[in-house]
Ligand binder design. Structure first.
Ligand SMILES: [Zn+2]
Ligand SMILES: [Zn+2]
Length: 141
C-alpha cells in the first residue's frame, strides 16, 4: 500500500503530498546542495508525478539537468529535481520539510568527502565525490 507523505515550507505557503513507498533518505554534500540549503540536503526520492502541490514552489535552474525548488515567500529549500536524461522527474524532497519522518532512515551519503567540517555520523553508505560522479556520469548539479 502506497503511503502519503506530506510536508510544507517554513511559512506554510507551499505544501505538498507525495505518494510513495520509499523509506530511505539520501544526503548530499555537493557544493550546490550545501549552498542551496545552507548546510546539506537530506532528501526523500519520489517521482514528480507522485507529487501534488498546494501553493507553487519557485524553482532555480542550477544546471543543464537539474533545478532546485524553494518557497517564494520564506525561502525554504523544498527539493532538488532532475530535469533531463533518464532520471528526469526524479525529485529529492528536502526531508526537513516533511511533516512526519517516522519510518524513514538515512542510508546513503553522496559527496561524502566534499565537506569535512560536518560529516554525518552513523551507519550508512558513504559515496565520495568521484564515486558519485562515476555513478551518475555527471558533475555536481
Ligand atoms: Zn514558505
Ligand atoms: Zn548535491
Amino acid at each position: 500500500m502506497t503511503a502519503t507523505r506530506t510536508g510544507a515550507c517554513l511559512c506554510g505557503a507551499v505544501r505538498y503530498a507525495a505518494q510513495t513507498d520509499a523509506t530511505t533518505l539520501g544526503a548530499c554534500l555537493c557544493d550546490q546542495c550545501r549552498r542551496h540549503t545552507g548546510s546539506l540536503l537530506v532528501g526523500l526520492g519520489v517521482m514528480a508525478d507522485a507529487l501534488r502541490w498546494d501553493g507553487a514552489p519557485a524553482t532555480y535552474r542550477s544546471s543543464d539537468w537539474a533545478e532546485r525548488g524553494f518557497c517564494p515567500a520564506c525561502g525554504s529549500t523544498l527539493f532538488y529535481r532532475v530535469t533531463a536524461g533518464p532520471m528526469a522527474g526524479y525529485t529529492s524532497l528536502a526531508a526537513g520539510t516533511l511533516d512526519d519522518t517516522s519510518g524513514l532512515v538515512l542510508t546513503h551519503e553522496y559527496y561524502s568527502d566534499a565537506c569535512t567540517a560536518y560529516r554525518l555520523a552513523g551507519d550508512h553508505a558513504r559515496i565520495t565525490r568521484a564515486e558519485t560522479i562515476a555513478k551518475f556520469s555527471g558533475a555536481e548539479g
